[in-house]
Design a protein around this ligand. Structure first.
Ligand SMILES: Cc1cc2nc3c(=O)[nH]c(=O)nc-3n(C[C@H](O)[C@H](O)[C@H](O)COP(=O)(O)OP(=O)(O)OC[C@H]3O[C@@H](n4cnc5c(N)ncnc54)[C@H](O)[C@@H]3O)c2cc1C
Ligand code: FES
Length: 274
């Protein structure tokens, strides 16, 4: 496969220093890097972050502008824990921005985020704020300490505050993020649902949207290595999440129903349950 000029440019690894670190919660930190290309990313796009000597991992872009890019990272394994130990001034490698972006609609929109999946939705909400009639947000996490961006999400909502849910009941409603959706959708008409988070959550939202014939876009996560459509590790159905996604529309989600929230490829290429 021959890459175009722009594709070659974004795929070239750039070395850059961490210029900002913010603690969002005990397990999530937001990093700021200087990177001109990623600073121009659109909501939904992701970057590949090289943590020297450890690994390269995909991360959604939280914000971009003025030559800087931000992303939020939950410490879950080797690479992310190593990143959490790094300091301002430490060097990282970055490629991207990769993938497509959310469609910026008008009217009334409902955003549903789970854990750090809320990051690209917050980026989107900021872009939509000036254009839309109504913005509602449901955000869920396992516990209070994993619920991030609450103040910013509240500020984005047009009528009432964001609806927060936790699985252990330590904050907000004691349930999954999908639980308040049916009654919210009974009360109000929405033109679009945007979702990002654990795939079983996305699947549940897809089932609700399909039943109610509502348009939806979801950003999906799969194991990624190359980030540019070459290695096949991020396949879902006929799609490569890194290149055809990560944002998928209703019709595409319908095509991958047999895998969505059910199974995925593991590190060794074998199929594993989600
Ligand atoms: C498009 C996309 C956007 C993402 N955005 C964010 C984000 O904004 N913030 C955030 O905290 N995390 C995000 N992730 C998940 C993040 O990439 C993984 O948490 C990270 O790769 C884990 O690396 P690790 O070495 O710390 O953990 P590991 O020990 O390698 O694995 C821990 C868990 O992370 C998963 N994982 C490991 N490597 C990858 C990989 N290359 N691609 C996808 N999943 C992987 C594993 O299945 C496992 O469940 C995103 C993933 C994708 C695909
Ligand atoms: S990560 Fe290699 S094809 Fe998507």
């Amino acid at each position: 496969m021959k890459l175009s000029g722009y594709a070659t440019k974004i795929n070239t690894l750039r070395t850059t220093a961490i210029v900002g670190i913010k603690d969002e919660s005990p397990t999530v930190k937001t990093y700021t890097l200087q990177d001109d290309l990623c600073s121009k990313a659109k909501p939904g796009q992701f970057l590949m972050l090289w943590i020297p000597g450890i690994d390269e991992i995909p991360l959604s872009i939280l914000n971009g502008g003025n030559g800087q890019v931000q992303f939020s990272v939950k410490a879950v394994g080797d690479a992310t824990r190593h990143l959490h130990d790094m300091q301002i001034g430490d060097l990282l490698g970055v490629r991207g921005p990769f993938g497509n972006s959310f469609t910026e609609t008008r009217g009334r929109v409902l955003l549903v985020g789970g854990g750090t999946g809320t990051a690209p939705l917050l980026f989107l909400a900021k872009r939509l704020a000036a254009k839309i009639d109504r913005l509602s947000f449901v955000v869920g996490a396992k516990t209070r300490k994993e619920l991030v961006f609450l103040e910013e999400l509240d500020a984005m909502c047009t009528d009432e505050s964001a609806i927060a849910t936790t699985e252990d009941g330590s904050y907000g409603l004691h349930c999954l993020a999908t639980e308040p959706l049916e009654s919210l959708l009974d009360k109000q008409k929405f033109n679009m649902i945007y979702a990002c988070g654990p795939e079983r959550m996305v699947r549940k939202i897809f089932d609700i949207a399909e039943k109610r014939k509502l348009p939806m876009e979801a950003s999906l996560e799969r194991l990624m290595r190359c980030g540019i459509g070459l290695c096949g590790s991020c396949m879902i159905g006929k799609y490569r999440v890194c290149k055809d996604g990560p944002v998928f529309k209703m019709a595409q989600l319908s095509e991958i129903k047999n895998e969505l929230g059910i199974s995925k490829l593991g590190f060794d290429g074998s199929r594993i349950d989600i």
